[in-house]
Design a protein around this ligand. Structure first.
Ligand SMILES: Nc1ncnc2c1ncn2[C@@H]1O[C@H](COP(=O)(O)OP(=O)(O)OP(=O)(O)O)[C@@H](O)[C@H]1O
Ligand SMILES: [Mg+2]
Length: 399
C-alpha cells in the first residue's frame, strides 16, 4: 500500500484487509485445517490443542519482539507466525518420528512447538534478544521440559529416537583436514554451523524460503555454500548461485536462473528427476535502487517466490519452475547497503548468525592449524600452535 493508492487496488478488483485488522489467527486456522487432513496424524482434539497453544502464546512473543528489540532485518507478525508453522510443517510428520498414542503426540507437540516458537519467532534476533526470548519460551512451555543449563537455542529435539532435547554439540561432526583443499574451502563444524545447517536442511526439504543475515564475516555465505554442496553431493539438490552486485540487472538474474533449468514439459521447468532447485542469492541487498525506489532484480525474485516462476521475455508466457526455492543472504542494511522491501523479506524464515566468540574462533583455527602442522613439521614448530592462535585472536579482538 506504500506504493499503490486505494484507487489502484480497487481498480484491480481486490478487497484489501490490513494485517493489523485481520491479525494472524485466520492464517493459523486455515493452516491447521489444510495441513492436517489426515486424522491418523492429528486428531480433532490435537488440532484444537494446537490452535489453543498458538492462541495462548504467540501474542506474548510478538509483543516482546516488537517492544523490546530492534531486529537487524525488520519482520512482519504474519511472517514470524508463518516461520513457526514452517518448522511445525517440517516436524509433524510420521516419518520424522511424530507418532504414538494421543498422549505421546500431545507431549511431542509441546516440545516441537516450544522449539519452533523459539526458532520461528526469534531466529532473526541478535544474541541478546534470543537470550531474553529463551525466558519467555521456558515460561510458556513448562511441560516441554527444556534442560536448564543452556538456552533453548543450544538444543535440538531428538524426534527420531529418544524424544528429548539434546545439545547441538552431540550432533557436531568431526573436522577432517584436507591438505589439498584451499584454506577458504575448509569448514570447521561448530555449534553455529551445525544448527544453521540443520535448519537449512529441514526447511529446504519442504521448499521454504530462507534468509541468513548477520555481520560481515560471520560465515553466512560459507554455511549456505557448504550445506548446498553437501546436498548436491547426496544427489538431492541442484544449487544455482547468484552473487549480486550494484550492477546486477533483472534480465541477468533471470538468465542465470534459466541457464541451469531443464525443460520438463510445456511451460514447466526444473531440475533432473528427484532433485530440488535451490537458488542461492548472495548479497541480495546489493542491486542499485532505481529512480522509483525499486530494485528490479529483487522484484523478479519476489515474483518467483510468490508464483514459483517467471515470464518468458518477449513472448510473455509464464514459465513454472517446480520443486524450487530461494535462499537469500545479506548483511543488515547499514553502511550503504539498501533496505530491502518488506514485500520480499516477509516471505522468508529469517536467521541472524551471531559473531563468533573467542572460543569458537579458537576451535576453528586450532582444527585447521593442527591439520596443517600434522602434514610434516618438527615438534618445535608444532608446539607453536597454541601461542600463534592465542596471539592472533588477541590482536583481532584489540583491533
Ligand atoms: N566454521 C568455519 N570454519 C572455517 N572457516 C569459516 C567458518 N565460518 C566462517 N569461516 C570463514 O570465514 C570467512 C568469512 O565467511 P563468509 O564469507 O561466509 O562470511 P559472510 O557472513 O558471508 O560475510 P559477508 O557479509 O561479508 O559476505 C570465510 O573465509 C569462511 O570460509
Ligand atoms: Mg557473504
Amino acid at each position: 500500500m506504500a506504493v499503490a493508492s486505494p484507487a489502484t487496488v480497487s481498480r484491480c478488483g481486490m478487497v484489501y484487509l490490513t494485517t493489523d485488522e485481520l491479525g494472524w489467527r485466520p492464517f493459523v486456522q486455515t493452516w491447521i485445517q489444510k495441513r492436517f487432513t489426515d486424522y491418523e496424524l492429528m486428531s480433532d482434539h490435537l488440532k484444537e490443542h494446537l490452535y489453543a497453544t498458538f492462541d495462548a502464546t504467540i501474542d506474548i512473543g510478538l509483543e516482546y519482539i516488537r517492544n523490546h528489540f530492534k531486529e537487524p532485518i525488520k519482520t512482519t507478525d504474519l511472517q514470524l507466525v508463518n516461520s513457526v508453522t514452517n518448522f511445525l510443517d517440517c516436524f509433524v510428520d510420521e516419518k520424522k518420528g511424530f507418532k504414538g498414542s494421543e498422549d505421546d503426540k500431545k507431549k511431542l507437540l509441546e516440545c516441537l512447538f516450544a522449539w519452533s516458537y523459539a526458532w520461528g519467532l526469534g531466529a532473526g534476533l541478535l544474541q541478546a534478544g534470543k537470550d531474553r526470548l529463551d525466558t519467555i519460551v521456558r515460561d510458556n512451555f513448562k511441560s516441554a521440559q527444556i534442560p536448564p543449563s543452556h538456552t533453548v537455542y543450544d538444543y535440538f529435539f531428538d524426534l527420531k529416537k529418544e524424544k528429548i532435547f539434546k545439545l547441538w554439540l552431540q550432533k557436531l561432526p568431526a573436522f577432517v583436514y584436507d591438505k589439498d583443499a584451499s584454506y577458504f574451502d575448509l569448514m570447521v563444524p561448530t555449534t553455529e554451523t551445525t544448527r544453521h545447517q540443520y535448519c537449512l536442511e529441514q526447511l529446504l526439504a519442504l521448499e521454504k524460503p530462507i534468509f541468513f543475515t548477520g555481520a560481515s564475516g560471520v560465515g553466512k555465505s560459507a554455511i549456505i555454500a557448504n550445506t548446498l554442496q553437501q546436498l548436491k553431493d547426496k544427489g538431492v539438490l541442484k544449487p544455482i548461485t547468484i552473487n549480486m552486485s550494484a550492477q546486477t540487472s533483472s534480465i541477468r538474474t533471470q538468465q542465470s536462473i534459466e541457464s541451469k533449468l531443464e525443460k520438463k514439459k510445456r511451460n514447466t521447468y526444473g531440475a533432473e528427476h528427484g532433485k530440488k532447485i535451490a537458488i542461492f542469492v548472495d548479497d541480495i541487498n546489493m542491486p542499485a535502487v532505481e529512480q522509483y525506489g525499486a530494485q528490479p532484480p529483487i522484484e523478479l525474485l519476489r515474483l518467483f517466490l510468490d508464483q514459483k516462476g517467471m515470464y518468458q521475455r518477449g513472448e510473455w508466457e509464464w514459465k513454472h519452475v517446480e520443486d524450487s526455492t530461494i535462499i537469500a543472504c545479506a548483511a543488515p542494511p547499514e553502511g550503504g547497503r539498501a533496505q530491502l522491501t518488506p514485500r520480499l523479506t516477509r516471505r522468508f524464515n529469517l536467521f541472524c548468525i551471531p559473531e563468533a566468540s573467542s572460543g569458537t574462533l579458537t576451535t576453528i583455527f586450532t582444527s585447521i592449524l593442527e591439520g596443517f602442522l600434522r602434514t610434516g613439521f618438527i615438534d618445535k614448530v608444532k608446539n607453536l600452535r597454541d601461542p600463534v592462535i592465542m596471539s592472533t585472536i588477541d590482536i583481532y579482538n584489540k583491533i
